[in-house]
Design a protein around this ligand. Structure first.
Ligand code: CTP
Length: 468
């Protein structure tokens, strides 16, 4: 059998391939074999989906960070994934980022401070009360003299300490003393990850503005164990670092509208028809776009969420009001329709409370609501350059999403399985498939914030690509 040699791929394809291979823990050649095998089996989209890259870095982001250099303080926690953090140091340095390292006491059971220090080009910091380090750097300067702190692996214990505001060792003291953004790459046994305490701590960290990359699903360090809990691959962490440190904003100069939450269609003054929607995903997209420098208008139905910072929020109740607000917000460069719009409304809304009657329940005549996504996507003039819809499905997720892409005339659909068993409805995590005219990409299960950031990166990359 001849061996495979990868040549004559452009840089972007090579980078995609490298990410995809890293994500699956394969060599680039092995990854190509998997892709070819899937294609030979008739291109079953299941195989293609699983081989798809979770993050596509924007070329603009990468070059901007490389040019800017940037400083990362890497906190290595005590988990078996710590060995990957040594590779992470190299990957960051490849992009012109300078890296300083802190090792927790537990981390030193897995990697040597000497190894981390040798890679960083300066000694690794380990001790809060080390007189030498307090003299030459000190924990406050470690916390200050960086653009970003990355915690990888972020163990359950480190996450708990960070959420609780502990400061009893160097890593936790620095994390508490910093005003810089923090990115964590959780890694732990799947049960520890699923534990209520971990999820509670994580929700607290996300609410506090801590960014999260991963964890991924797959085989764990323990023999025969698999599930969600594997640390994100170094290249995925680098992509997340780039998305954060490129503060000039990959979407600066872009005007964007996002719809979010449910609509509420009145029956009478006390009753209404609505879809289930927490608005978490739409709000996270608006927040991520604003953080990336976009000017964002968020048009939201009734939700129980704070307004994302830096975003103009327009509150509406009904689908008709949502359509009017959307048209008011145009023109925009990008429109993301994440709202769960009620498909029908009651034709004649009673101005008085409908009383129960002997003759049985009232007969409600329903009429169809305007399809906001389709209306905007089919505009002859003033159509946004990129129109993105969602497809909430319980069956045949991909097939239904492909049909919706065509029917609604949008450019991309983010499809997700909202069957009750998935816990996506109202939950903090999401598993989505990006369906475009050119194919289907399945992103790994991740926090809705992570989905939002990945989407923002993809939008930025698509806008750059469209300008070429
Ligand atoms: N959407 C919209 N206006 C509507 C209905 C849906 O803008 N009246 C948008 C949603 O915001 C989403 C996409 O269309 O981006 C798909 O919504 P979904 O509820 O999955 O599909 P429907 O069009 O309602 O089709 P069905 O209920 O038959 O699956």
């Amino acid at each position: 059998m001849a061996s495979l040699t990868v040549r004559q791929l452009d840089d972007r394809l090579k980078q995609l391939l490298r990410l995809r291979a890293a994500r699956h823990g394969r060599s680039m050649e092995d990854e190509i074999r998997v892709i070819l095998r899937a294609a030979a089996q008739g291109g079953s989209h299941k195989a293609a989906e699983h081989a798809a890259p979770p993050v596509s870095p924007s070329p603009r982001v990468s070059s901007a960070v490389a040019a800017a250099g940037g400083r990362v303080l890497l906190v290595i926690g005590g988990g078996i994934a710590a060995y990957k953090s040594l590779d992470l140091i190299r990957r960051l340095q490849d992009r012109g980022t300078s890296v300083r390292c802190i090792l927790t006491p537990a981390a030193q059971h897995f990697v040597m401070p000497l190894a981390a220090g040798a890679l960083c080009g300066e000694r690794a910091y380990t001790d809060l009360f080390d007189p030498q380090s307090e003299f030459d750097v000190g924990h406050i300067r470690l916390a200050r003299d960086t653009d970003l702190i990355v915690v990888a692996p972020a163990t359950a214990d480190l996450i708990a300490k960070l959420a609780g505001g502990h400061a009893d060792d160097l890593a936790s003291a620095v994390l508490l003393a910093t005003a810089k953004p923090i990115l964590i790459a959780p890694a732990m046994n799947r049960q520890m990850w699923a534990a209520k305490a971990t999820q509670r701590n994580l929700a607290q960290l996300v609410a506090d503005g801590v960014r999260v990359v991963g964890p991924n699903a797959g085989e764990m360090a323990e023999r025969g164990e698999a599930g969600v809990g594997r640390m994100a691959e170094p290249l995925e962490i680098v992509a997340a670092v780039e998305a954060i440190t490129c503060k000039t904003g990959v979407l600066s100069g872009t005007r964007m509208l996002v719809t979010s939450g449910p609509t509420s269609e009145p029956i009478d003054p006390v009753r209404f028809i609505a879809n289930r929607s927490s608005g978490k995903q739409g709000h996270a997209i608006a927040a991520a776009a604003a953080a990336a420098g976009a000017e964002v208008v968020l048009i939201s139905g009734p939700v129980n969420l704070p307004d994302p910072s830096g975003v103009t929020v327009v509150r509406i109740e009904t689908a008709q009001q949502m359509l009017a607000a959307v048209e008011q917000a145009l023109p925009v460069d990008v429109a993301v329709f994440a709202a769960a719009v009620a498909d029908w409304r009651v034709e004649r809304v009673s101005s008085r409370k409908i009383k129960k009657q002997r003759g049985g329940p009232p007969k409600l005549e329903l009429v169809e609501n305007p399809d906001i996504l389709s209306t905007v996507a089919h505009r002859k003039s003033g159509r946004p350059r990129l129109v993105i819809g969602f497809a909430a499905e319980t069956d045949d997720v991909i097939a239904n999403a492909k049909a919706k892409l065509k029917k609604k005339g949008c450019d991309w659909i983010l499809a997700n399985d909202v069957s009750p068993a998935t816990g996506i409805m109202g939950g903090d995590a999401n598993t989505v498939h990006l369906v475009t005219a050119s194919g289907v990409e399945s992103w790994p299960p991740q926090a809705k914030d992570g989905v939002a950031r990945t989407l923002v990166e993809r939008i930025a990359a698509a806008l750059v690509e469209a300008k070429k």
